[in-house]
Design a protein around this ligand. Structure first.
Ligand SMILES: Cc1ncc(COP(=O)(O)O)c(C=O)c1O
Ligand SMILES: Nc1c(O)cccc1C(=O)C[C@H](N)C(=O)O
Length: 425
C-alpha cells in the first residue's frame, strides 16, 4: 500500500480498521483538554474502562463477605488464578497448565532461575544480550554471586557489532557455540526494551538447548505484543509483566511459563510456598510439599486478588480481539508511523535515525528514533503538546503505536506536532 501524509488518508485507514473502536474502551489522559497521543504502552498501558468494574467486584465481595470471599465471592479468590490459564495460554502460545500468574517480573525470573540455572562443574555461564534491561543485569549479577561466581566471568553478553544498533542472530548462535559446554543458561529479552528488536526465540532456544543449556525468556516487551508459541518452540521457561502491552496497571502481577516437559521432574529445585501445594489438600495444612502439577506449582503465596482483577479484565479483552488481528494492525500502523517519520525528516531536513530493525519480522510495536541534532527540549515540546513518549539517553525517543488504542490519525497528528517542534525552535 502506498501511504500518504495527509489527515484524509489517515482517517481512511482508521475507517478501514476493524480494531479502531477499541480505543473507546480505554481512558486517555488529557493535555490542553484533548486526549493525548499515547506512545508509551511499552512502559505502562492505558487503563481499560472496564477494569474498574473488575476491581470493584473484589472490593464489594470483600466488604460483603470478608474472609468468606475466598470461597463464595462472585469469582472465588482461592483459585482466581485459574481464570487466566485458558486466555493467557492463547496469548503466549502455551498449554493452559504451562502458565500461571504470580508476583512480579524480576521476582519471577529469580524464582525460575532457582529451577533452571543450576551451575555445575564447568557448566556455569549465562548468555544474555548486551545492555539488557537493568533489572535483568542486576538479577544476573546477584544470581551468579549467589552461586559463588564472578559476574565478569560467568555472564557472557552478546554484543552489537561496531556501528550497529541491533544484535545479529548469527552472532547469538556463534556465541552459544563458542561458550559450548560451559553454558548453563541463555536468558534474553524477547523484545529489546531500548531498540524494539524482536529476537528469533525459536532458533535461539533450539541452539541453546543443543549446547546443553536451559533457555528462558524475559517477555516484558513481548507478551501481548508479538506472536508467541512458547510450547511449540520448546522454551524451558519465561516470565513477563502485565502492565505494558497488557494494560493491567502500574507494577502489576506477572505471568510465568514453564514447559510441560519440566512438570514431572522430581530433581528440579524450586522455592516453595503453600499456594504451589496440591490444590485439593492446601487447607489441610500438611507439612510436606506436594506441588500442583504444572506452572501453578511455582506459586508461593496466596494471590494478590486486587492486582489480578485488572489483569483478568485485560486477558479477557485480548481473548476477544485475538493476537492475529492485533498483530496485523500492529504491523500496518507501525509501518505508517515509520513512513510519517521519514516524511517529516525530509520536510525538516532532519537527521532521524530509526534504530529499530526495518524488517517487520524483527520488530513489533515500537520504533526507537535517534534524534541526531535534537535535544531534550524537543521531547519536552512533544509532552507539552499532548504526545506522550519517552526519552532514553543519549537522545532516543521510543514510540509504541499500540494497536489497541492508537489510531492512524494519531500518527498523522504526531508528525505535524513533531514538525512544529523542530521548525518552531
Ligand atoms: C525487559 C524488562 N525486564 C524487566 C523489567 C522489570 O520488571 P519489574 O519491575 O516488574 O520486575 C522491565 C520493566 O520494567 C523490562 O522492560
Ligand atoms: N515500571 C516502570 C515504572 O514503575 C516507572 C518507570 C518505568 C517503568 C517501566 O516499566 C520501564 C520499562 N520497563 C521500559 O522498558 O523502560
Amino acid at each position: 500500500m502506498t501511504f500518504q501524509n495527509t489527515r484524509e488518508f489517515a482517517k481512511q485507514l482508521d475507517a478501514q480498521d476493524a480494531l479502531n473502536h477499541y480505543q473507546n474502551e480505554f481512558i486517555f489522559p488529557k493535555v490542553n483538554d484533548k486526549r493525548v497521543i499515547y506512545f508509551t504502552g511499552n512502559s505502562l498501558g492505558l487503563q481499560p474502562k472496564n477494569t474498574k468494574a473488575y476491581v470493584d467486584e473484589v472490593m464489594n465481595d470483600w466488604a460483603e463477605l470478608a474472609v468468606e470471599g475466598h470461597f463464595y465471592a462472585q469469582k472465588p479468590w482461592w483459585d482466581y488464578q485459574e481464570r487466566f490459564a485458558e486466555p493467557l495460554s492463547k496469548i503466549v502460545g502455551a498449554l493452559p497448565s504451562e502458565v500461571t500468574v504470580m508476583n512480579t517480573l524480576t521476582v519471577n525470573l529469580h524464582l525460575l532461575m532457582v529451577s533452571f540455572y543450576q551451575p555445575k562443574g564447568k557448566r556455569y555461564k549465562i548468555i544474555c544480550e548486551e545492555k539488557a534491561f537493568p533489572s535483568d543485569q542486576y538479577m544476573f549479577q546477584s544470581q551468579v554471586h549467589f552461586h559463588g561466581y564472578k559476574p565478569e566471568d560467568a555472564i557472557v553478553e552478546i554484543k552489537r557489532r561496531e556501528g550497529e544498533h541491533n544484535i545479529r542472530l548469527e552472532d547469538v548462535l556463534a556465541k552459544i557455540e563458542e561458550v559450548g559446554d560451559e553454558l548453563a543458561l541463555v536468558l534474553i529479552g524477547g523484545v529489546n526494551y531500548y531498540t524494539g528488536q524482536v529476537f528469533d526465540i525459536k532458533t535461539i532456544t533450539a541452539a541453546g538447548q543443543k549446547a546443553g543449556a536451559k533457555v528462558g525468556w524475559d517477555l516484558a516487551h513481548a507478551a501481548g505484543n508479538i506472536k508467541l508459541e512458547l510450547h511449540d518452540w520448546n522454551v524451558d521457561f519465561a516470565a513477563w509483566c502485565s502492565y505494558k502491552y497488557m494494560n493491567s496497571g502500574p507494577g502489576n502481577a506477572s505471568g510465568i511459563f514453564v514447559h510441560e516437559k519440566h512438570h514431572n521432574d522430581p530433581d528440579l529445585p524450586r522455592f516453595a510456598g503453600w499456594w504451589g501445594h496440591n490444590k485439593e489438600r492446601r487447607f489441610k495444612m500438611e507439612p510436606n510439599f506436594d506441588p500442583v502439577h504444572g506452572a501453578g506449582g511455582w506459586q508461593i503465596s496466596n494471590l494478590p486478588v486486587l492486582s489480578l482483577a485488572p489483569y483478568l479484565a485485560s486477558v479477557e479483552m485480548f481473548a476477544e480481539v485475538g493476537m492475529d488481528a492485533l498483530i496485523a494492525k500492529r504491523d500496518h500502523i507501525t509501518s505508517y508511523l515509520e513512513f510519517i517519520l521519514h516524511e517529516i525528516d525530509k520536510e525538516v531536513k532532519g537527521n532521524f535515525e530509526i534504530i529499530t530493525p526495518s524488517n517487520p519480522k524483527e520488530r513489533a510495536s515500537q520504533l526507537s528514533v535517534f534524534l541526531h541534532g535534537e535535544g531534550r527540549s524537543l521531547f519536552d515540546y512533544l509532552m507539552k503538546n499532548g504526545v506522550i513518549t519517552d526519552w532514553r539517553e543519549p537522545n532516543v525517543i521510543r514510540l509504541a503505536p499500540v494497536p489497541l488504542y492508537c489510531s492512524y490519525e494519531d500518527m498523522y497528528d504526531f508528525g505535524q506536532i513533531l514538525k512544529k517542534g523542530i521548525l518552531g525552535k
